[in-house]
Write a protein that binds this ligand. Structure first.
Ligand code: C2E
Ligand code: MG
Ligand code: MG
Ligand code: MG
Length: 278
């Protein structure tokens, strides 16, 4: 133990480490400021059905840094999660999504669209998480049946009873649940069966090489078969080619998300796409 501590102490004086810590704390300060200053906003990526018709969208956080330009959520979401800034950020994203649902509900060609919101572990573990979501739904007037919350397997590890309870509270109001990045975590099958899920999203890591890697093909087929037997809807993520789409459709996948159907962009892009189908 003392040895481990000694090693850690030593690492703090490593100049590379020092530099990394400095950059992290300066990015944290920037994120805090950016959140307050309106530098964060959202994009929407279409989710389509087997005929390519847009059924909804996933809302994705974006940060336009005044000096560094666009910073990937793969960088700032973990930082927000570590620092607790995910709580105000998550609320902001949830509110944007609900306000968007209300706008879409006003027009016939967009009224059917639903929105999926990513929820981080720290957000979901708040005791009043369900109450917060219900409050945003009430304040905006959004239809809870059009809202899906995306959870990850790692988020659900731990107190599963508590997680189920939290989900059930929101499901009673009409909110749906999806398991995001499915296949990358550690969920056992019995565990999956107990969760009150509506949907699983196949991680794009499996979709990418589905035509060339027999292991990925087998995994995708098993996920589709499993979902079918558990009566879960499946969304395949990261669909970029007609070949991938063909494979997925052949094995029973009914919903798709990926660059083949649209990149994340402003809500107007989704509206234009939905409009073109009328
Ligand atoms: P995710 O929830 O799995 O979202 C899908 C990611 O895949 C998005 O990356 C999207 O742009 C990307 N993607 C979609 N289709 C394709 C494709 O065909 N090819 C490729 N190469 N990529 C595709 P993005 O926007 O960079 O977000 C990364 C992750 O950051 C998200 O993964 C999610 O875990 C997290 N994230 C983003 N916004 C939020 C948020 O508001 N809250 C939380 N908690 N996490 C968020
Ligand atoms: Mg997601
Ligand atoms: Mg995902
Ligand atoms: Mg993810």
């Amino acid at each position: 133990e003392a040895k481990a501590a000694g090693r850690n102490t030593h690492r703090f004086f490593d100049p590379g480490m020092q530099q990394a810590l400095h950059e992290r704390s300066s990015l944290e300060a920037d994120l805090r400021q950016g959140l307050a200053g309106g530098e964060l906003f959202v994009h929407y990526q279409p989710v389509v059905d087997h005929k390519g018709r847009v059924m909804g969208a996933e809302v994705l956080a974006r940060w336009s840094h005044p000096v560094r330009g666009a910073i990937s959520p793969l960088e700032f979401i973990p930082l927000a999660e570590q620092t607790g800034l995910i709580l105000p950020l998550g609320k902001q994203v949830m509110r944007s999504a609900c306000e968007q649902l209300v706008q879409w509900a006003k027009h016939s060609h967009t009224a059917h669209l639903s929105i999926a919101v990513n929820v981080s572990a720290r957000q979901f573990r708040q005791a009043d998480f369900a109450a917060q979501v219900m409050q945003i739904l009430q304040e905006t007037g959004a239809n809870p049946f059009r809202l899906t919350l995306e959870l990850t397997e790692s988020l659900l590890l731990g107190d599963i009873e508590e997680a189920i309870q939290r989900m059930v509270q929101l499901k009673r109001e009409g909110v749906g649940f999806a398991l995001d990045d499915f296949g990358t975590g550690y969920s056992s099958l019995s565990y999956l069966k107990r969760l009150p899920l509506d949907q699983v999203k196949i991680d794009r890591g499996f979709v990418r090489d589905v035509l060339t890697d027999p292991n990925d093909a087998a995994i995708v087929r098993s996920i589709l078969a499993l979902a079918q037997s558990l009566d879960l809807e499946v969304v395949a993520e990261g669909v970029e080619t007609a070949g991938q789409l063909g494979f997925l459709r052949l094995h029973g996948c009914e919903k798709f998300q990926g660059f083949l159907f649209g990149r994340p962009g402003p809500a107007a892009d989704i509206e234009a796409q939905a409009h073109g189908e009328v």
